[in-house]
Structures are given as structure tokens and as C-alpha cells.
Design a protein around this ligand. Structure first.
Ligand code: ADP
Length: 666
């Protein structure tokens, strides 16, 4: 016999999720004095959410169905850790009525609505029928039981094209097709059914009039178990790609005050129709004037922070209070809106390769400090791995200001100040998107991104003087740090710094092109020669690790991260990945035609790879130097006989010292 869930106090909360949302929930739960339990898969042993929680339970292998989606394992983890409450986050089991019921059956508080409320809203068709009864405005359409081809085609013809065919069980834009004319209808329904069957195990379809120039506008609602229900203003999420939200903002810049009031009214009616408990979102499609109900999501949404910013409410805290059986802390007229907030979703994906997800280890993760009006919700840090098993969202950047324009400005600046390496991200795409003049002017619809893809997928420009100077500064800085940290470092050896003027050549590769820079230093101010230009050059690190570069009297803040021979540079012109070409022939570099084997940089001899008298092919390894914590093998520049080795393992050698001698083959 199924128990009915009771909302009551709990001390330990299990978060049945991962990534940024698990971290987000843990933060609020902890602030409320709750003990937190994380769950994780084998792929997430080292994940941030696991490190943050008080306890963590391994669910199983990486695939979600064996871990995060396995209801039995999640319930068992709660039992084992004494968790009396479960927060499902979003995605995974958050809208799974069977899971809500399993929690109730196990006498665990599910932080969300009841299974019955979820079921009522879970089918788009069912929800629409319910909304029709409650007097909520709907898009003209068909959401009946009969699913035969003739009925569906007849309905589409009656509604008038274009129509949108949608999977009743749908989500994430799957099982959805725009149909422009009657002749396209039959094939569209076949493929939409197939997709819906595969994704949801349910091929039932509904048909809606396709709203022209559609905008997505949604209302945040929250209800408690005592019959109180509030609407917390709206969000506009019109910037989408493949029906998936990319940028979300609150309030909607599109609706006027009267239209807004009508919208809140409709949303409260919608949630009221099921006596909704918990946070939820009532979604509407709009032509810019009218709004039409499309569905209700019975969970916390990814974009909830924009609502938190304009209301000052911690939605997770309110969720947890409601689940504990408390009354909502405020009444409708105590909910006030202030300013404007906008969020961008940062994904590990490549906009220049059709948004292909990118996986791998994050080697650099730097985000700007969270000043007033800037919030960064992230689930990753340096050293973490982005796994192919889960959603590729890395973080959300949310900005608030008094006006929409100022909020966009703050978001753009924050995006420009993020450095992520190891995986490709959509950050440059997001920057281009939020600063696009038509986005700033709110001249958008849900097809905007698709139509402007070319403009938005920015290709990195070629590095100029400032980028090359930043790269040189980064290398010099890394070398001086290495010398400070390591007492035995060759850089400490007195005497390697030459007296008098000296030159050091740097070669950088960027894509197919090579760029040479010469640093002239020693006695007096340094100079950088780029092409025919000589520039006065200097740099200074600050406490955050950024560099202030001065180049011919101009001072610029730049970022320069040296990682072996890879140099990442971020300047006001964008982000650049440069390869510092090894002048003496590293593994993938060309050999130079030097007739001596000399130390390209100060280093330590860590291995001798050939013996005196050995016959060497061109490119044969002779010895390995450790330079800046990176090993570098010096090779024979031409075939010959190894006449002499002038060093031994452990030697600290200075730049320019001859290490071996080769007699060229006749
Ligand atoms: P899913 O649950 O798969 O996300 P939704 O029904 O929420 O599907 O719709 C996803 C997106 O498709 C909406 O945000 C909206 O932009 C667009 N959309 C939905 N219905 C319509 C419609 N009738 N006309 C135009 N666009 C629509």
C-alpha cells in the first residue's frame, strides 16, 4: 500500500544529483544547518559535489541508468546514511513520479511535489486538458487521446500550418517537429514518433499551432502544503538552440505590466489546478503579446538563479522549508522585484564543430571573483574530468544590475574573464551572443541563434603584438617563479644571467602560422622586437596571477598561462592558444642545423640516452633535460658519431652550454 507523503522536518538531506546543481543545493542545505549526503558514480569519485558533502555514497558505474537514475540504489543510499529527505535537483529523477512515490514508500521526504501532482503535469496532453478546464490560455491545438494518422492529420489541417508536432511525454526538445505544410505532415509524424518512442518509451503526439516569432516566457511558482501558492515573477528564455535554453533573464523585457499580471494569474491558476506543492515552473510560448500555456515543470529549473537575484529569495531554502512542512515565509504582496538578472549556460562543447561536446581533464579553471551582482554556479574545478556520460554543462554565470543593459554588460565582462582549458567551451559563443546588437535590443525569437550561427561562432583572430608580448611575459614569469620556488633550480645559479645586452628569440605557432619575437634584455629597459618594430617591454604580476603588461607605454591586464610548451594567453582581443616552438627540436618540432648540442634553457640533465662512440641517426635521442618541470629530449641534428658527452645525470646546466659533440657522418 502506497503511503501518502508527509512534509516534515529532516536533519539529513541526500542530494540525488551531481554537478553544479548538487553543489548549489548543498550550499543552501548547509546554511540551514542540515547534514548533506552526496551520491556519485564511478566517474565522479573526485567530483566537486562529493568533496562538498558531509558524506557521499557510491551508487555504481558511470552510466546514469546504473547510478544516478537507479531509484533502488538512491533509496538504499538514503537508508544507509540516515537521510530523511531527498532533493532530486533537476534532470535525472527530478520529474520521475515513481521516484517520488518510492521516497514516500520508504518514509523519506521528497523535496518536491507528490507523485500524483507530477503525474498530472507529466504528460503535456494531460496537462493541457487540465489547463483547459482551469481556464488557462492554450495554443490552439489537439491534445486528444486518438492517435491514428487520419485524426492527427485532420487536426493539423484544421489548426492551419505551420504546426508543431510534440511528444506528449516530451522534454528537452525531443520528439518535436515544425511542420510547414500538409504534405510534410505524414513524414514528420513518423520521425517524431520514432524519436519519442526511443527517448520516452511513449509515442503519443499532440499538435499545436506554431506560434510565429515565438518567445519562451515562464513563471516561477511555489506552493506549500497549507494551501499557499505564490508566483515569483517571470523569466524569458527565448534564446534557445534546438529548443534548449542558452540564455535566460528575469524579468521578461518583452511584456508590459498589464500583460505580466495576466501571465502571473494564468500561472497561479495552472499550479492551483493541482494544489501544487514545491517549486515549479509554468511555461508559456508567446508571440510577444499574448501567452499560451505549453507545460509545467514540477521541479527546480536550471535558470532559477535569475529569479533569486530579482527577488532576493533563496529558492532552494524555500523548497527545503516547504518540504519540512513550513508555511511559505512571505505572502504575495511581500514579493518584490528589483533590477534585472541574466544567466548564461557554460557548456563543454565546440560551437565551431556543431556544438560537439568536449570531454577531458580541466587543466585551467579560473573564474572572476563573485562581486555584487555576479554569481557563478559551477560544478567543476581545476583537475576535474568532464565525462562523456553526463550533460556537458559546466557552470552558469549569472549577472544582476538595475537595468537590463547593465546586467548584460556585467555578464559579458564576467564571461570574458573566465579561463577554462583542457576542454573546449562555448564561452566565446556566449559572449558574442549576449553582446549581439539584436539581443541587446531584444529583437529576438527562439530561432535567433540558429539564424545567426555563423556570426556567433567566432574564430580566434591571429595573435598580434600584445598577445605575443603576453606570451613572452608569461614565460619569463613562469621561469622566475620556478627559480624562486626551487632552491636547487638552475635559475638560482649565479652567473647564468648574462652581463650586458642579450637577446632571446621566441617562436610561437598559432594554427598554421608562426610568429617570431625577440626579447632584448639586460642592462637597461627591456625591449621586444616584433617584425620591424621595437617596443619597450615590461610586466608585473598581481596577486591573482594576472599580469600587467606594459608595451610602449600602454599598460594592459592580460592572462598568460604556460603549460610546458603550450601558452594560453587572454587579452582584450580574446583567448589564444599558442605553441612555444622549441628552438632545439623537441618531440614534434623541426630539427635545427646546429652543429653542437647545447642547452636551450637552463635545466637539469635527467637522462643520458646514448653513449660516447654511438652511431646516431638523424633525430636519435642523446639526452634529456628537465626544463621548467618539463622534460625535453635533445636529439642528433644529423647522422653522425657521438664524439663526446660533456655532462652527467644530475648536472645543472646553464643556457647555451655545450652538452655533447657529434662528428657528422661523412
Ligand atoms: P520540451 O518539454 O521538449 O522542452 P516544450 O513544449 O517546453 O518542449 O517546448 C520547447 C520550446 O519550443 C519552447 O521553449 C518554445 O520555445 C518552443 N515552442 C513550444 N511550443 C511552441 C509553439 N506552439 N509554437 C512555437 N514555439 C513553441
Amino acid at each position: 500500500m502506497a503511503h501518502s507523503p508527509s512534509y516534515r522536518r529532516f536533519n539529513t538531506l541526500l542530494i540525488a544529483n551531481r554537478g553544479e546543481i548538487a553543489c548549489r543545493v548543498i550550499r543552501s542545505a548547509r546554511a540551514m544547518g542540515l547534514r548533506t549526503v552526496a551520491v556519485y558514480s564511478e566517474a565522479d569519485r573526485e567530483a566537486l559535489h562529493v568533496a562538498m558533502a558531509d558524506e557521499a555514497v557510491l551508487l555504481g558505474p558511470a552510466p546514469a541508468r546504473d547510478s544516478y537514475l537507479n531509484i533502488g540504489k538512491v533509496i538504499a543510499a538514503a537508508r544507509r546514511t540516515g537521510a530523511e529527505g531527498i532533493h532530486p535537483g533537476y534532470g535525472f529523477l527530478s520529474e520521475n513520479a515513481a521516484f517520488a512515490q518510492a521516497c514516500a514508500d520508504a518514509d523519506i521526504v521528497f523535496v518536491g511535489p507528490t507523485a500524483a501532482m507530477m503525474t498530472a503535469m507529466g504528460s503535456k496532453s494531460g496537462a493541457k486538458a487540465l489547463m483547459e478546464k482551469a481556464g488557462v490560455p492554450l495554443v490552439p491545438g489537439y491534445h486528444g487521446e486518438a492517435q491514428d494518422d487520419a485524426t492527427l492529420q485532420g487536426a493539423a489541417d484544421r489548426i492551419g500550418y505551420p504546426v508543431l508536432v510534440k511528444a506528449s511525454a516530451g522534454g528537452g526538445g525531443r520528439g518535436m517537429r515544425i511542420v510547414q505544410s500538409a504534405t510534410e505532415f505524414a513524414p514528420a509524424i513518423v520521425s517524431a514518433r520514432r524519436e519519442a518512442q526511443a527517448a520516452f518509451g511513449d509515442e503519443r503526439m499532440l499538435i499545436e499551432k506554431y506560434v510565429e516569432n515565438p518567445r519562451h516566457i515562464e513563471v516561477q511558482v511555489i506552493g506549500d502544503a497549507h494551501g499557499n501558492l505564490l508566483s515569483l515573477f517571470e523569466r524569458e528564455c527565448t534564446l534557445q538552440r534546438r529548443h534548449q535554453k542558452v540564455i535566460e533573464e528575469a524579468p521578461s523585457p518583452t511584456l508590459n505590466a498589464a500583460q505580466r499580471e495576466k501571465l502571473y494569474e494564468a500561472a497561479r491558476k495552472a499550479a492551483g489546478a493541482v494544489n501544487y506543492v514545491g517549486v515549479g515552473t509554468v511555461e508559456f510560448v508567446s508571440d510577444g503579446k499574448e501567452v499560451f500555456f505549453i507545460e509545467m515543470n514540477t521541479r527546480l529549473q536550471v535558470e532559477h538563479p535569475v529569479t533569486e537575484f530579482i527577488t532576493g529569495i533563496d529558492l532552494v531554502e524555500w523548497q527545503l522549508r516547504v518540504a519540512s512542512g513550513e508555511n511559505l515565509p512571505r505572502t504575495q504582496d511581500q514579493i518584490v522585484m528589483k533590477g534585472h538578472a541574466i544567466e548564461a549556460r557554460v557548456y563543454a562543447e565546440n560551437p565551431n564543430k556543431n556544438f560537439m561536446p568536449s570531454v577531458g581533464r580541466i587543466t585551467t579553471w579560473r573564474t572572476p571573483p563573485e562581486i555584487d551582482g555576479l554569481r557563478i554556479d559551477s560544478g567543476y574545478r581545476k583537475g576535474d574530468t568532464v565525462s562523456p556520460h553526463y550533460d556537458a554543462m559546466l557552470a552558469k554565470v549569472i549577472a544582476w544590475a538595475e537595468t537590463r543593459d547593465a546586467a548584460i554588460g556585467r555578464l559579458a565582462r564576467a564571461l570574458d574573464g573566465i579561463d577554462v582549458r583542457g576542454v573546449v567551451t562555448n564561452i566565446p559563443f556566449l559572449s558574442a551572443l549576449v553582446t549581439h546588437p539584436e539581443v541587446r535590443a531584444n529583437m529576438i525569437d527562439t530561432g535567433f541563434i540558429e539564424r545567426h550561427l555563423k556570426e556567433l561562432a567566432v574564430m580566434p583572430p591571429a595573435p598580434g603584438e600584445i598577445e605575443l608580448a603576453a606570451a613572452v611575459a608569461g614565460i619569463m614569469q613562469a621561469e622566475s617563479e620556478a627559480s624562486r620556488k626551487d632552491a636547487a633550480s638552475p635559475w638560482r645559479t649565479a652567473g647564468w644571467m648574462p652581463v650586458g645586452r642579450r637577446q632571446r628569440k621566441f617562436m610561437f605557432r598559432h594554427g598554421q602560422s608562426e610568429h617570431e619575437v625577440t626579447l632584448v634584455y639586460g642592462n637597461g629597459p627591456s625591449q621586444l622586437r616584433v617584425g620591424d618594430t621595437n617596443l619597450a617591454f615590461g610586466f608585473e604580476p598581481d596577486e591573482t596571477g594576472d599580469l600587467t603588461l606594459s608595451l610602449d607605454g600602454m599598460r594592459s591586464r592580460v592572462v598568460s598561462v604556460v603549460d610546458g610548451r603550450d601558452v594560453y594567453v587572454r587579452t582584450r582581443n580574446g583567448r589564444f592558444e599558442l605553441r612555444w616552438v622549441d628552438p632545439f627540436g623537441g618531440d614534434d618540432e623541426e630539427q635545427t642545423n646546429e652543429d653542437r648540442i647545447i642547452a636551450p634553457l637552463p635545466g637539469i640533465v635527467v637522462a643520458l640516452l646514448a653513449v660516447e662512440g654511438a652511431v646516431l641517426e638523424k633525430g636519435a635521442p642523446i639526452l634529456t633535460l628537465e626544463v621548467m618541470k618539463m622534460e625535453q629530449t635533445l636529439r642528433a641534428p644529423y647522422p653522425g658519431i657521438l664524439k663526446a658527452i660533456r655532462c652527467k645525470v644530475g648536472d645543472i646546466v646553464q643556457e647555451g652550454v655545450e652538452l655533447a659533440e657529434i662528428e657528422p657522418a661523412a
